[in-house]
Write a new protein. Structure first.
Length: 210
């Protein structure tokens, strides 16, 4: 909920995703903890679906949100991913329409920058896989078990068009990450929604990283 130009970070992430899909296919999955009441209020004020589940069992919350919305596939985008890579999101939605894959991810080989992660799972497949989860990492990181075990029919998508971006971080975890995204956004102007990985990398090279 930290603001840039008088708008919370979540607003920019939501706006970016909604250039690819519509509100009916979009849901913010937060927790029932009192600290997340502000996110629930944001959803109410902006006419967005909101599912509230466990604070610590993120995998369970993700699955429950998918089941409640009766989605055949659920796409996972983290709340710290300020610059969602919309080209990958579009590709995965197209792939999901074919019904060919159980799990799609652009994070498996870590070729995309942090903060541009997109993952999609077939809900029925994920329900069955979830029954095998046992380690804390399985429940916290949602798709950890799928990456470790390589089960089902998977589609792992690597960044081959912009290898210089590998290893960069655009996820907002710390103050320096927030300031970086703020600097990048300020350089984008009114067309900030039109920027994807290659354009963002070019801007990244131009800014002061002190």
């Amino acid at each position: 909920m930290r603001e840039i130009n008088h708008r919370p970070v979540i607003d920019y992430i939501t706006e970016r995703i909604l250039t690819v899909t519509d509100r009916e296919q979009f849901c913010i999955a937060t927790s029932t903890d009192l600290s997340d009441d502000i996110i629930y209020k944001y959803c109410q004020e902006n006419d967005l679906k909101c599912y509230r589940g466990s604070l610590t069992n993120v995998a369970g919350r993700f699955l429950e949100a998918a089941v409640e919305n009766q989605w055949d596939y659920a796409v996972r985008i983290n709340g710290d991913n300020f610059f969602v890579e919309t080209n990958v999101l579009r590709l995965f939605l197209e792939k999901a329409q074919t019904g060919e894959y159980d799990f799609l991810s652009n994070t498996h080989n870590k070729t995309f920058p942090q903060g541009m992660s997109v993952e999609a799972v077939r809900t029925e497949f994920y329900q069955k896989a979830y029954l095998q989860f046992s380690e804390p990492e399985d429940f916290e990181h949602v798709t950890f078990f799928l990456h470790v075990n390589n089960i089902g029919k998977y589609f792992f998508y690597d960044n081959t068009t912009c290898p210089e971006a590998t290893g960069l971080k655009f996820a907002i975890d710390e103050e320096k990450d927030f300031l970086l995204c703020k600097k990048l956004l300020s350089k984008m102007g009114d067309n900030y929604l039109g920027y994807n990985m290659k354009e963002i990398l070019n801007l990244y090279k131009q800014i002061d990283h002190e």
